[in-house]
Write a protein that binds this ligand. Structure first.
Ligand code: GLC
Length: 799
């Protein structure tokens, strides 16, 4: 961690003896003899914020990451002074702050076990080059400690033994272990002795995390400027850590419209109009469900944002309308680089209003991107964001575009060292002027935020849809995201799996990869296996660079088309299930995908697993990630699991072989689960839902399931027009009881549930629904174990 070896290097500096302590409501302030101040803010009983200054003065307290909706307030706070330390006690934590040097140690208040402890603790190095400090923190790694999270890092789930950098970077054709790539999410979850805590280092400068790489028993993090400012988040459950982090940095501001969870087709690029129409038609002809089609940069006139190439797209409004009539939503790309062209309205407006980023001494920040030389709006200025958001009026309100795709917003600059702006570029940073060193990591986030603002305004009363490549913590409030320019290789299929899991445990669940790979070309087998994985990702889109051949579901021959169709159909059937998982994420911050360690941290077999994951609450999926496979071995977490395809029951806590020919994939359902399904549709809303199928998987014992529904778009759900069904299932040797509790004011269009009973260990003799008994012959049994019941039942006893 020695950064500066020049002559002026003064070495690491440390806080000295505490000379004064003060308490101001929830902020505890400790000042040392050498002028260091530590503020500990009690955000919640389980969330403490640590903030240090070495100058005696704190910077203006501003963060792009922390949401104003974050929960605050604690049940208990007590501070005691002892000879060598202060002892801060909340209902969940005990924190010791040592008087000698400000180091701290945090304990679980329930059992006094040590959770996290400073090694050197806070220290710093003065930066001669830029002024201010390089701020550093080191902690003792506890016995058996593992580390997870950190955003889009393309590495195995457990981060132990590795070092990382957070600097948002355009990373065409990155590979396993490439670091950094597109996103900066300086948040990790640590796990030891079955207890989990998290650290969110809310510092936007280039930052680093070292998980026992530099020194075997030490974890450290540091940044090239700004303040040592981090949140300690206690679990002890990993899911609580992630939920609390997501509460701090924000949940999505609205649920996604259901169609955004459908299948999306993209390519660089589909043009002219006839090509777009051909692709759309082929989906319908081949009966492969699809909800969205994308226009990449070639739809524009010379890559000028907010223009159309009239030769390729003579009448975009008509085209978008015709596509919409066939169920396709049109999504267009918008990049941050604005072409330097004095005849171009958007450029002229931004120039006149002084909206472009400038270099330290005044010239504009000029850089080459797709349109050639460009200037770049300063999205960290709220006035610029307002202007930008208004630019979407025509695209959305007039032309009918349903979503916007923000790319190159790291910001990417071509043919320059570092592939981005130089450090000296100035930014407004919400009225806290700063250089690019500080604004770089949030630039893309603020662009996506401005885009979101526009989409929200002009899509109203429908919900907005945005997708971004670059992100910092908190970006999940505004937009979905994808993992950037990956490659069509088997290794990248595994990387996509890891990245999606990791983003989910980093508070950002609306994530997917370029299915099939962006660069190079997959063969049919790889494409099919990737689709199988992709339908279990929250965002599901095929995208490719296009210069390596076609990548549509039908591009690899009929066999592959059939496999792809089968899995996309499966996704459409599972839409109410995925929507419910999304609702839980937006409501409670519970990740949509759960790595096995997040699902069951108490089973130490999960701590190093990579491939298996839980989709939503109840479905266990594991992709096949090598060629010629007839199946694979996989680990089953504790509990009983039904094979999705065969209903065969598997007992968890062991690794087993699972058959999975090319038309299949290992998918399992937790015993006791109730999985809601819609009929296959070619696009969301194609059919009126006449009946909700619920697959009920028998379990001896109890299990709870939920189904959330609303109008699938619009904002009525916020006014209470939603329907939440809480099911509790209880299975006994010769009886199955299902209880339903319903809340919300939304009335679903269907009247009945089709309950499909799986794994029932007895033959149905009679059924009692809300105390009325039906003998076997009165029952509307549809097939062997399929029961049709009114959707508003309270209790069913199946005997
Ligand atoms: C970048 C994007 C990619 C897009 C291309 C052209 O490489 O990551 O998705 O297709 O630019 O716009």
């Amino acid at each position: 961690m020695i950064i500066n070896t020049e002559l002026e290097y003064k070495g690491n500096m440390f806080p000295s003896q505490v000379s004064s302590y003060q308490k101001d409501l929830d902020v505890l302030s400790f000042t040392t003899e050498n002028g260091v101040i530590l503020h500990i803010t009690i955000i919640r009983d389980s969330v403490l914020r640590f903030r240090y200054t070495t100058t005696g003065i704190f910077e203006n307290d501003f963060s792009y990451a922390i949401t104003k909706y974050a929960s605050r307030g604690y049940n208990h706070l007590e501070v005691a002074e002892e000879e060598d330390k202060y002892v801060i006690t909340t209902s969940k934590l005990i924190c010791h702050v040592f008087k000698a040097d400000l180091r701290n140690a945090i304990y679980d208040a329930k059992d006094n076990s040590l959770i996290c402890q400073d090694e050197l603790g806070f220290h710093w190095e003065e930066s001669y080059e830029f002024g201010g400090d390089i701020v550093k923190m080191s902690k003792v790694a506890q016995e058996g400690e593992s580390y997870y999270g950190l955003g889009d890092k393309p590495v195995d789930n457990n981060l132990k033994g590795k070092r990382f950098e957070n600097w948002v970077t355009d990373s065409y054709a990155y590979g396993k272990d490439t670091d950094p790539i597109y996103k900066a999410i300086p948040f990790y979850t640590a796990l030891h002795h079955k207890k989990a805590y998290g650290i969110f280092f809310d510092n936007t400068f280039r930052s680093f995390f070292d998980f026992c790489q530099e020194r075997r028993n030490i974890t450290s993090f540091w940044a090239q400027g700004g303040e040592m400012n981090y949140y300690f988040i206690y679990g002890p459950e990993m899911s609580e850590v992630v939920a609390n982090y997501t509460d701090l940095t924000g949940k999505p501001h609205e649920l996604p419209a259901l169609w955004t969870l459908g299948y999306h087709q993209c390519k660089w690029s589909y043009y002219p109009e006839s090509k777009v129409k051909d692709i759309a038609k082929k989906f319908r002809d081949l009966k492969i469900p699809c909800d969205a089609i994308y226009l990449d940069i070639d739809y524009m006139e010379g890559f000028r944002c907010f223009t159309w190439n009239k030769e390729y797209f003579p009448d975009p409004k008509r085209m978008v309308k015709e596509l919409r009539e066939d169920g396709f939503k049109t999504i267009v790309i918008i990049d941050p680089g604005i072409k330097i062209d004095h005849d171009y309205e958007v450029f002229k407006e931004a120039l006149e209003n002084d909206y472009f980023c400038k270099r330290a001494d005044g010239p504009y920040m000029k850089g080459k991107v797709w349109p050639g030389e460009c200037y770049f709006p300063d999205f960290t200025n709220p006035e610029v964001r307002d202007w930008w958001s208004d630019l979407f009026r025509e695209l959305v309100e007039e032309i009918g575009v349903k979503g916007v795709w923000n790319d190159m917003n790291e910001p990417a600059v071509m043919e320059v060292p570092g592939k981005t702006f130089p450090n000296d570029v100035r930014h407004d940073y919400e009225g806290n002027p700063c250089s690019h060193r500080k604004a770089h990591n949030i630039y893309g986030m603020q662009m996506a935020r401005a885009t979101y603002q526009g989409l929200k305004k002009f899509s109203y009363p429908k919900r907005p849809f945005v997708i971004t490549r670059a992100a910092y913590s908190g970006t999940q409030r505004y937009t979905s995201s994808w993992t950037g320019d990956n490659v069509a290789t088997w290794e990248h299929l595994s990387i996509a799996n890891l990245q999606a899991q990791r983003m989910c445990m980093s508070g950002f669940s609306f994530i997917g990869s370029d299915i099939g790979g962006f660069a190079e070309q997959p063969n049919g087998e790889l494409y099919a296996r990737w689709i199988q994985l992709g339908v279990f990702h929250p965002f599901c889109r095929t995208h490719s660079s296009g210069d390596h051949g076609d990548q549509e579901p039908w591009a690899f021959g009929e066999n592959i088309t059939n496999v792809v169709r089968k899995f996309i159909e499966l996704r459409y059937q599972l839409l109410p299930y995925l929507y419910t998982a999304f609702w839980r994420y937006a409501e409670e911050g519970i990740p949509i995908l759960k790595s096995l360690v997040l699902y069951d941290q108490h089973d130490s077999h999960t701590h190093y697993r990579n491939d298996e994951f839980i989709f939503g609450e109840k479905i266990l999926a594991c992709p096949i990630n090598e060629p010629n496979a007839k199946g694979r071995r996989m680990y089953f977490p504790m509990g009983d699991w039904y094979n999705w395809w065969t209903d065969e029951l598997v007992t968890g806590g062991q690794e087993l072989w699972v058959d999975a020919d090319l038309d299949s994939m290992p998918v399992f359902v937790k015993a006791g689960a109730m999985i809601p399904k819609y009929p296959v549709q070619q696009y969301v809303g194609e059919k009126e839902i006449e009946e909700l199928t619920i697959d009920v998987y028998f379990k001896e014992g109890k299990e709870a399931s939920q189904v959330y529904e609303d109008a699938h778009d619009g904002y009525d759900y916020i006014k209470g027009r939603y329907s939440l069904r809480n099911f509790s299932l209880q299975g006994k040797k010769n009886e199955l009881i299902i209880h339903q509790h319903k809340s919300g004011k939304y009335t679903a269009p269907y009247e009945t549930f089709k309950l499909k009973l799986h794994g029932l260990p007895f033959k149905i003799k009679k059924v009692q629904i809300d105390k009325v008994e039906y003998s076997f012959k009165d029952l509307k049994l549809n097939g062997d174990n399929v029961l049709e019941v009114h959707k508003d039942f309270n209790d069913i006893h199946i005997m």
